[in-house]
Design a protein around this ligand. Structure first.
Ligand code: SF4
Length: 290
C-alpha cells in the first residue's frame, strides 16, 4: 500500500506569518490576546495559549494589553473601537485578505452592490461585510445567489472569501450574471495557496483509494478541501490528529493520499503520515503469507 502526500501541506504563507508574529510578541513577554482563535487549529492555539496567548470571545473583555488581529482580518468598526480605547494592535491580517478588504471598500465607495461568495459566519467574511458597508450580500453558493433580489438598475460586484473554490465562485458569477444587472464587476479574490491546495487535492484524490484531510474542523479551507476530495475519492475523512485514524478505513485499500488545511502545521501532517505507515505495517504483519 502506498502513502502519498500532496505537494503543498502545512501552514500557508499567511498563517506562518501570523504564528511567527504572535510567537515574537510572546517571546517579548507581551500580554497578547486574540478575538476567537488566532488560527483555526486547536493544537496550535493550545500551544500558543500555554505560552501566554489569551483567547477572548468578546472584544469588551479586553481592557488593556495587546490584541493580535488574526490572518482573517478584523472589522474596521471593531478596530476603530479598540484603537479608541488605547489598546495596542499587532495586525497579522494576511496580504491576500487585505487585498479583498481594499477591493470591497473601494467597490462600496463607488456605489456597487457587493456580493461576497463565502460563509457568512466566518470572521474573514464578517470583516469584509463591514468593509463593504452599504448594500452588501453574502451568498454561499449558486442556490443562494439565485434567490438574491437584484433589479435591472443594480450595479453589482462580486468578490470571494479567499479560501473559496474556483468552481463555486464561477457558479455564483454565472447565476448573478443571468439576472442581467445594469453592470457587473467580478474580482476573483481567492488566494493562490487555497487554489493550488484544492487543485493538488483534486488530482491526488483521483489517484488514491482514501484521502485524509488534516486540519481543524472549524477551518474553512480544510472543509473546502474535504468537499473537493469527497467528490473525487473513494473515501475521504477530515481528521485533526493522527489519533482519529480508524483501522477500518485502511482495510482493502491500496493507496492513501494526505493533504492538509492551510492552518495545519507540518508536524501534525508528519504524525498522521507516520501513523498511517505504522498501521499499514501492522496490518501487513497480521496477514498470512500467500
Ligand atoms: S489561506 Fe490564503 S488568504 Fe488565508 S491566510 Fe493562507 S495565504 Fe492568506
Amino acid at each position: 500500500m502506498s502513502v502519498r502526500l500532496a505537494k503543498k501541506t502545512g501552514f500557508c504563507f499567511g498563517v506562518k506569518r501570523a504564528v511567527r508574529m504572535a510567537e515574537e510578541a510572546l517571546s517579548e513577554k507581551k500580554k497578547i490576546h486574540s478575538l476567537g482563535s488566532i488560527i483555526h487549529n486547536k493544537q496550535v492555539v493550545e500551544s500558543l495559549s500555554r505560552r501566554g496567548l489569551k483567547v477572548i470571545k468578546d472584544i469588551n473583555e479586553l481592557k488593556k494589553g495587546v490584541l493580535v488581529i488574526s490572518s482573517h482580518g478584523l472589522s474596521p468598526k471593531i478596530r476603530a473601537s479598540i484603537v479608541k480605547r488605547g489598546i495596542d494592535i499587532i495586525d497579522t491580517t494576511c496580504p491576500f485578505v487585505l487585498n479583498a478588504q481594499k477591493i470591497a471598500k473601494r467597490l462600496a465607495g463607488e456605489g456597487y452592490t457587493v456580493v461576497i461568495v463565502g460563509d457568512s459566519a466566518h470572521p474573514e467574511v464578517r470583516a469584509l461585510v463591514d468593509f463593504a458597508a452599504g448594500r452588501v450580500f453574502v451568498v454561499k453558493d449558486k442556490r443562494e445567489a439565485g434567490s438574491l433580489k437584484l433589479d435591472g438598475n443594480d450595479r453589482v460586484s462580486i468578490i470571494a472569501q479567499t479560501t473559496q473554490s474556483k468552481e463555486n465562485f464561477a457558479n455564483v458569477v454565472k447565476e448573478i450574471s443571468a439576472k442581467d444587472p445594469k453592470e457587473l464587476k467580478v474580482f476573483d479574490t481567492i488566494c493562490e495557496d487555497a487554489e493550488s491546495r484544492q487543485a493538488q487535492a483534486k488530482k491526488l484524490s483521483r489517484q488514491v483509494d482514501l484521502m485524509l484531510v488534516v486540519g481543524g474542523r472549524n477551518s474553512a479551507n480544510t472543509k473546502r478541501l474535504l468537499d473537493v476530495c469527497k467528490k473525487r475519492s473513494g473515501a475521504a475523512y477530515l481528521i485533526e490528529t493522527e489519533d482519529e485514524i480508524e483501522d477500518s478505513w485502511l482495510k482493502k485499500i491500496r493507496s492513501v493520499g494526505i493533504t492538509s488545511g492551510a492552518s495545519t502545521p507540518d508536524w501534525i501532517v508528519k504524525k498522521v503520515a507516520d501513523r498511517v505507515r505504522t498501521k499499514i505495517k501492522k496490518e501487513a504483519s497480521h496477514k498470512p503469507n500467500s
